[in-house]
Write a protein that binds this ligand. Structure first.
Ligand SMILES: O=C(O)CCC(=O)C(=O)O
Length: 292
């Protein structure tokens, strides 16, 4: 068993069982419950809530809380807690920036799958010291829409994520079907935290169960990994980029490394969440059950 960093560089992800205490998870659940209650009357998305028609019932369902670090202070503090920054320092170095966060709800009773993709396809940088932190707010089981990782794929190519000539946020079926046999189903109890490389191919299956599966995701990177789309694509200003430092200091000297890159272009006419652009595309190799 190698070191943490070796395992991450070899497999493309690491998972820490119960990294966060249950008392913190309960605080997070209470905030999420109240945010969901506040949105009970919403039928269309706004700047905080991503609402999609449930593919089964046809009724609106809250699929995501956008940028929760801007919505409630605890989400902004959480990525800076020592349990997480200790790991980030090891994996990314002393200077780490937050780009964005998202809370994918995957509610009980039919939330849809997320197709195979690489986060890197959405936001290529000058180097690939870029990863996503995933915090399980609920137990993630084989039955409530777990995430799937395809080990070692972060060391391979960056795949085409377009369909019908537009960026659709998913690889096509011929790539997707090669991943399923080796995919690891990521499960864990609430408080478990995953760290996955931005180039790692990953997906998640539908949640037909009666249990919610709330996963809080933070996109973070070494401060000298600069977004190729320009800082204005993800940050309102230089100041806001600095405010999002998680540890250390911001860098004005991007580190360029030899990484495969494709730009997420041409953009679809509606640039919304991964859920919507995947549904609008035709690369819909969804893993609706584990036997496929
Ligand atoms: O919440 C999930 O099931 C996975 C979502 C995901 O992979 C993403 O938002 O990049």
């Amino acid at each position: 068993m190698g070191s943490l960093k070796e395992t991450y560089l070899d497999k493309g992800y690491v998972v820490f069982e119960n990294l966060l205490p249950m008392s913190l998870i309960e605080d997070l659940r209470a905030i999420v419950d109240s945010l969901i209650d506040n949105a009970a009357a919403l039928t269309t998305s706004d700047e905080v809530y991503e609402i999609l028609d449930d593919p089964n019932s046809g009724k609106p369902r809250i699929e995501r809380i956008k940028s929760p670090h801007k919505v409630r202070p605890l989400f902004n503090e959480l990525i800076r807690c020592p349990e997480i920054t200790d790991v980030l320092r090891t994996l990314l170095g002393p200077d780490v920036r937050l780009q964005n966060s998202k809370l994918n709800l995957k509610s009980q009773g039919g939330s849809a799958a997320v197709a195979w993709h690489q986060d890197w396809a959405f936001y290529p940088h000058t180097n690939d010291d870029v990863l996503a932190v995933g915090i399980m707010i609920d137990d993630m089981t084989e039955n409530n829409g777990p995430v799937l990782f395809a080990p070692e794929t972060h060391r391979g190519p960056v795949y085409d994520h377009t369909s019908n000539g537009f960026f659709c946020g998913a690889v096509n079926e011929s790539v997707a079907e090669t991943l399923t046999p080796t995919a690891r189903i990521i499960t864990g109890t609430a408080g478990t935290v995953t760290f996955h490389h931005a180039r790692l191919l990953h997906a998640s299956i539908a949640n037909p169960s009666i249990y919610p599966r709330r996963l809080l995701l933070y996109e973070v990177m070494a401060a000298d990994a600069w977004p190729l789309a320009g800082c204005s694509a993800f940050f309102e200003s230089w100041d806001s980029m600095n405010e999002r430092m998680v540890i250390g200091v911001q860098s004005t000297s991007p580190r360029l490394t030899n990484v495969p890159v494709r730009m997420p272009q041409p953009e679809p006419s509606k640039r919304t969440s991964i859920f919507q652009i995947q549904r609008d595309g035709s690369d819909q190799y969804y893993l609706d059950d584990l036997n496929r």
